[in-house]
Write a protein that binds this ligand. Sequence first.
Ligand code: ADP
Ligand code: MG
Length: 247
Amino acid sequence: MSNTDFALAVEGLTVSFDGFNAIEDLTLYVDKNELRVIIGPNGAGKTTLLDLICGKTKASSGSIKFQNEELTGMDEYLRVRKGIGRKFQTPSIYENLSVFKNLEVSYPEGRSVFGALRFQCSPAVQQRVQAVAQEIGLDHVLEMESGLLSHGQKQWLEIGMLLMQEPELLMLDEPIAGMSARERELTADLLKRICVGRSVIVIEHDMEFVARIAHKVTVMHQGKILAEGSMEAVQSDPKVIDVYLGH
Ligand code: ADP
Ligand code: MG
């Protein structure tokens, strides 16, 4: 397989903050239809890697190609248009708007919330909202003010807001933090469904959850990749046990 066959190809990526390399010479490939999980101790550089891919942080050197197009140097909003969606750790939904409105304003044509509130909700948009609401399990609470949703439901709503844009690469940073056991199960099922037709990268600590969803696991440590492979291979790797799983 040549490097151009991968949806995402990160090569020799480095970012330096005042001389400290938070990411150092990192190379990583992710396929289409792949659900990759990134694990590693706190401070390993996991969040910084997602920041570099979505454009929140600029790389010091190296390459990030998405569908064979170079992203380094491209503004964050242009990367969104190229199909890159990123969910941060804390949900950023409009709490005083209904679930329906939150999804509606996330439709690509209604980028600004004020523009979107005025725009007529076309049948196409309505259909898309319905489909996404069903996908995230919130179709029965479409008219509810989203501030009243449970913590887990708010996380799903934010995933839904990203799905409205039909991203081809979706990145989620610790999506199950604070969720109940049942919500974690439902989130695992959701992630397994939504990686079809796109690539998904998830940062997660909960190994039971990781085992349930990961196609492949990448272990990061001190800005570098320590190990990569199947859950079984990674879990039995002495290096990984030493720096991460052993604690
Ligand atoms: P993880 O998500 O794996 O816990 P992070 O990517 O948040 O780790 O952080 C990796 C390292 O980079 C940490 O030492 C952190 O303090 C540092 N770091 C992250 N962002 C910045 C920044 N904007 N400026 C300086 N240091 C940063
Ligand atoms: Mg982090």
